[in-house]
Design a binder for this molecule. Sequence first.
Ligand code: 5GP
Ligand code: ZN
Length: 113
Amino acid sequence: MNDCIFCKIIKGEIPSKKVYEDDSVCAFHDINPNAPVHVLVVPKTHIPSMNAVDESNIDAVSKVLLAIPKVASTLGLSNGYRVINNCGEDGGQTVPHIHFHILGGRKLSVKLN
Ligand code: 5GP
Ligand code: ZN
């Protein structure tokens, strides 16, 4: 857990461009954006992935979901946006701290679902 990049960002040990923070949630710009707006929304508690979501941490995850429309509004995404969670190797997850990508700022093209 101590080596987790996002835990370090949450604690301010690694710099980031934060756009939202409350007691349970932190949101910051992705370092390698894939859209004009690309922000990551994370729980402040370390949850490794969607596979680790259970009754013990669902409150923390639900607070992330509650924050997403607030973050999107702050970012000016009034015309819509996409929320993505990558889980595990096949899902393309590269940082093992659950996070939701908010992508927007243009009409998004590729849809995999
Ligand atoms: P994943 O691939 O796990 O779904 O998403 C991880 C995201 O974290 C990637 O989009 C990557 O660009 C971003 N990322 C990785 N390291 C850092 C960092 O140190 N700071 C920030 N702001 N984003 C990071
Ligand atoms: Zn973490």
